[in-house]
Design a protein around this ligand. Structure first.
Ligand code: NAP
Ligand code: MG
Length: 485
């Protein structure tokens, strides 16, 4: 045995992905009516790499006037071209976009990791392939809507305003744009302020795919730009993914109008480990559930419930596994946990860690080295958390796990459902009957059994309670963009 393998502190050699495949312009304008146009107020804002705080590009800030121009372009495209061409033709364009994402997958993955901070392994293996899959899946439905909804005469709404967050920038754009196009709607989409680059790259593809002008418009800006989309009188449907607070503002803003909405909001998922679970797999599931993508996942398994009889074993193995997680350069293929998306988000996470400590919970963090520049958070676990503690009730959106115990099935169902959210949950047990019993009583839109954070374009995703309403993905995702006679 070599000295290196005998040494328990051995490390992987760095394996950085090259950024040479990524072309990032110094400045991006707004993509409106098939062209790149300057913002009417002449303002631009910077987007940075959260792993080293370097400026990647500057991006146009769209105001109400630009939003109006984009909505007019989308309306005209809907009236004059997109609603006139056959569904089969629509499908061809969507297939083309899917193939072009695949062809440029490496570039997309690199830019996603640079702009957002997520490990390249995830953007390469999860975000980008799933984004292409969404386009493929919905391209297949475009000319089969009458079969999807027999006897119901589905019809597009018209212009969809779409607003997305920073945690899965390209994937969320795909979740929004693909079903909208397949159902015959046109689009005005706004990515998040901190992660606009892959949506703008997607605009390049849309232009190359020769999608008719104005069918997809991508405009950048901050919350105000999003609000201008929501409040524009000629938008027929709002598709929003983001925080519950902004979801509530949107709901108030569209009350009394004819606008339809789907809201995909926050979460506080319970990941439940029963004593008969395969413990080693469950530990991997816990790690994947909360530390994947730095915990920047709406459906993150941020509350862990462990049955008392296996508590010591689960926590011992979990801590041991946490110690082996590699935190650091998102571009390194070995990295498990990348950079926190922004200094603002890091402050929020640190605030909650301080609250967790103040409430007397027992904290464990792996002793990893954190780079000096950029925004970083150690994988964190809190034990002895009470049901009423803020870290067990509020969404943290970071790599922070709140652990509780339970004795009976009824107890854990009551505890798991006791939050304002209801987006997702996980159940780990050897017994199929227990899976059916628990999952049917869980007030959550998605419940994973003996796995976690698995996504597929064919399966619907969405929340209960303050996690929002409406579904994306699958047939449900199509009906969210259709009206029926
Ligand atoms: P956020 O603040 O609500 O922002 C989401 C998007 O809305 C961004 O593009 C944002 O622009 C924009 N926005 C901000 N204020 C607005 C307003 N008044 N009107 C219209 N748009 C507005 O959420 P976030 O903090 O970026 O994202 C994290 C949240 O998203 C978490 O709560 C997470 O759970 C949720 N999320 C949910 C799902 C799901 O499927 N349920 C998926 C992913 C994330 P700027 O970013 O430029 O300010
Ligand atoms: Mg950025």
């Amino acid at each position: 045995m070599s000295k290196k393998t005998k040494d328990k502190n051995w490390n992987y050699s760095p394996a950085p992905e090259s950024s040479s495949s990524a072309t990032i312009e110094k400045r991006y304008n707004l993509f409106i009516n098939g062209k790149w146009v300057k913002p009417s107020n002449g303002k631009y804002f910077k987007t940075i790499n959260p792993a080293n705080e370097s400026v990647l590009s500057e991006v146009a800030e769209a105001n109400e006037k630009d939003v109006d121009i984009a909505v007019k372009a989308a309306r005209k495209a809907y009236d004059k071209t997109w609603s006139k061409i056959s569904a089969k033709e629509r499908a061809k364009y969507i297939y083309r976009i899917a193939r072009m994402i695949q062809e440029r997958a490496r570039e997309f993955a690199v830019i996603e990791s640079m702009d957002g901070g997520k490990p390249i392994r995830e953007s390469r293996d999860v975000d980008v392939p799933l984004a292409a899959n969404h386009f493929f899946y919905y391209a297949g439905w475009a000319d089969k809507l009458e079969y999807a909804f027999p006897m119901r005469k589905p019809k597009a709404y018209g212009v969809a305003g779409q607003i997305i967050p920073w945690n899965f920038p390209l994937l969320m754009a795909a979740w929004k744009i693909a079903p909208a196009l397949a159902t015959g709607n046109t689009v005005v989409l706004k990515p998040a302020e901190t992660t606009p680059l892959t949506a703008l790259k997607l605009a390049e593809i849309i232009q190359e795919a020769e999608l008719p002008d104005g069918v997809v418009n991508i405009i950048t800006g901050a919350g105000k730009t999003g609000a201008a989309i929501v409040n524009h009188p000629d938008i027929d449907k709002i598709a929003f993914t983001g925080s519950t607070n902004v979801g509530k503002i949107i709901q108030q803003a569209i009350a009394g109008t004819n606008k339809k909405a789907t809201l995909e909001l926050g979460g506080k998922a319970a990941n439940i480990i029963f004593e008969d679970a395969p413990i080693d797999q469950a530990v991997e599931g816990i790690i994947n559930g909360i530390y994947f993508n730095q915990g920047h996942v709406c459906c993150a398994g941020s509350r862990l419930f462990v049955q008392e009889s296996v508590y010591d074993e689960v926590i011992r193995k979990l801590k041991w596994r946490m110690k082996s997680l590699i935190v650091g350069d998102p571009m390194d293929k070995n990295t498990d946990i990348g950079a926190i998306n922004s200094s603002e988000q890091l402050k929020t996470i640190e605030k909650y860690i301080a609250i967790g400590k103040k409430d007397g919970n027992q904290i464990f963090q792996s002793e990893c080295f954190l780079p000096k520049k950029g925004f970083w958070c150690k994988p964190t676990l809190f034990e002895n958390v009470a049901q009423s503690d803020r870290i067990a009730q509020e969404e943290i959106f970071g790599p922070v796990l709140a652990v509780q115990t339970f004795r009976t099935v009824d107890e854990v169902i009551a505890k798991a459902n006791n939050t304002p959210f209801g987006l997702s949950a996980g159940v780990w047990t050897d017994k199929g009957s227990k899976i059916f019993n628990v999952t049917s009583k869980m007030k959550a839109g998605v419940v994973w059994a003996n796995t976690y954070n698995k996504f597929d374009p064919t399966s619907p995703f969405g929340g209960f309670k303050e996690s929002g309403y409406g579904r994306e993905g699958g047939l449900h995702g199509l009906s969210a963009y259709l009206k029926f006679d």
